[in-house]
Design a protein around this ligand. Structure first.
Ligand SMILES: NC(=O)c1ccc[n+]([C@@H]2O[C@H](COP(=O)([O-])OP(=O)(O)OC[C@H]3O[C@@H](n4cnc5c(N)ncnc54)[C@H](O)[C@@H]3O)[C@@H](O)[C@H]2O)c1
Length: 448
């Protein structure tokens, strides 16, 4: 008995204090600037799931279990039963697009889902009418926007978005909102003086500074409305000093950037495996064939450059060539995206991987992933929305590193930089949830 009490006391001592997390009562509005392939596939899937027509496959928040305590403790609840997440039934959808008039039209145009899957949800999708976008063709040359806000001054555009957000909140009786950028990838840019701090950015909005892109105006509007923001595309938006400052000031969580799907997902699965077994890498040639609107946008060199930078960073951070010069000090890493209309949204990602082993003998691996980009991205939108809302209710603000699991070029909260290894990211995500709920992190050591 004494022993038992002693054990119980030790267990209590080792449990951390849970965060005070407000309950997920009422409705959560999910706003997506950009209602194209990813956004429409995400919304259609959530509506189908709540009608019981499909399971939310690929969504960790909905389908994954989380182990608590020691392995023999037999505590393994679903994540959604362990942490207080918004229910799928409580989600309301809205967004902006310069082309798509409503989500049904967007889903039909991109052709990701078949008619038989759209039919049972089509009325609801048609009812989600897009708001006019803040859009500037200078940033996405390949698109002609017609459903665009009349305001030409950037400050006025930001105020118009803030008014849209407030109207949406009231009309849909939302208790809380989150925003996930599902818009096109904007042309490549580097941060400039206007992005240095909030004051400079606000002055730039008023003066119409040409370095401020539409996506940045959405971020500003979201943060000023206390709405958490995630960036699913690789362009600069929430990963700017002014936005990080604004998120801290308003106490709002943020996460960027670029949904980790397709070829990069494969890379972050394979590269940690090579490194775990100390196999060398000489080269990795990646090419993509895709024919959707995203592919068309990325056919422009300036937009492709934004994507290329986000895709190239992955290997170096996983393989740490500075620590392993013999294995990873000389890698040719090439990434290409080719627009090829016949494939539509069904991308083909080809990887030719040159590795080497014992005594330097070379070996080759070929991966030909016939993937469906939006099918892989949709559950990420759901998880980012639900987890950002959770973080907000848990009083968290600024960069949410634990969500790097979902992102190709994750934002880091410290100088140490991002973590790209999917399995470390998964551990970080689950341990963060455990800690927030007052459970011990799982270390996978011999005793744990
Ligand atoms: N599908 C994936 O697996 C995946 C992975 C990583 C990143 N992404 C990124 O997610 C984004 C969406 O991808 P998609 O396949 O849905 O592309 P898409 O072209 O089908 O949809 C993007 C939509 O954004 C709209 N848009 C462009 N500028 C806008 C603006 N200023 N305001 C509001 N809407 C705007 C376009 O009209 C279009 O309908 C792209 O940036 C893409 O690079 C997608």
């Amino acid at each position: 008995m004494i022993l038992h009490n002693h054990f119980y006391f030790l267990m209590l001592l080792s449990m951390s204090n849970p965060l005070d997390i407000a309950p997920a009562t009422g409705r959560l509005g999910v706003l997506t600037p950009g209602m194209g392939a990813v956004a429409s596939t995400f919304i259609a899937g959530v509506i189908a799931a709540r009608q019981g027509l499909t399971a939310p496959i690929g969504s960790v928040s909905q389908m994954a279990h989380i182990r608590l305590g020691n392995r023999d403790a037999d505590r393994n609840p679903l994540i959604r039963e362990f942490v207080p997440l918004a229910e799928l039934d409580d989600l309301v959808f809205g967004g902006w697009d310069p082309i798509s008039p409503n989500v049904l039209e967007a889903a039909r145009t991109c052709g990701v889902l078949e008619d038989k899957d759209l039919a049972p949800v089509s009325a609801e999708l048609e009812g989600i009418v897009t708001m006019d976008a803040v859009f500037d063709q200078r940033w996405v040359k390949k698109l002609e926007g017609t459903r665009v806000k009349a305001e030409s001054n950037k400050w006025d555009q930001a105020q118009a978005l803030i008014a849209d957000i407030e109207r949406f909140r009231i009309e849909n009786e939302c208790d809380r909102l989150v925003m996930v950028w599902c818009g096109s990838t904007e042309a490549y840019q580097e941060a400039s003086a206007v992005h240095d701090n909030v004051e400079a950015f606000e002055a730039g909005l008023r003066d119409g500074d040409e370095n401020i892109s539409p996506s940045q105006i959405y971020v500003y509007a979201a943060l000023m409305s206390d709405v958490p923001f995630a960036n699913g595309a690789p362009n600069l938006s929430v990963d700017l000093p002014c936005m990080i400052e604004l998120a801290a000031r308003r106490g709002v969580p943020i996460a960027g950037k670029d949904f980790k799907t397709g070829q990069t997902l494969m890379k972050t699965l394979l590269a940690p495996g090579f490194k775990a077994r100390m196999l060398g890498l000489r080269g990795w040639y990646s090419t993509n064939i895709l024919g959707n609107r995203d592919g068309e946008v990325l056919d422009d060199p300036e937009n492709f450059k934004t994507k290329e930078v986000s895709k190239l960073g992955v290997l170096d951070t996983i393989l740490q060539p500075e620590s392993y010069p013999d294995l990873y000090g000389n890698i040719d890493h090439v990434v290409r995206i080719n627009y090829y209309p016949p494939r539509g949204d069904n991308k083909e990602g080809w990887d030719a991987i040159d590795i080497f082993g014992w005594m330097g003998y070379p070996m080759q691996i070929k991966v030909d992933f016939l993937c469906r980009d939006s099918i892989l991205a949709a559950p990420i939108v759901l998880d980012l929305a639900l987890f950002l809302d959770l973080a907000h209710r848990a009083g968290q603000s600024g960069v949410q590193e634990w969500l790097s699991f979902y992102l190709k070029a994750p934002q880091a909260a410290t100088e140490a930089g991002p973590e790209h290894d999917l399995f470390i990211q998964q551990t970080k995500l689950k341990n963060t949830l455990r800690e927030w709920m007052g459970e011990e992190p799982v270390t996978h050591s011999e005793v744990g």
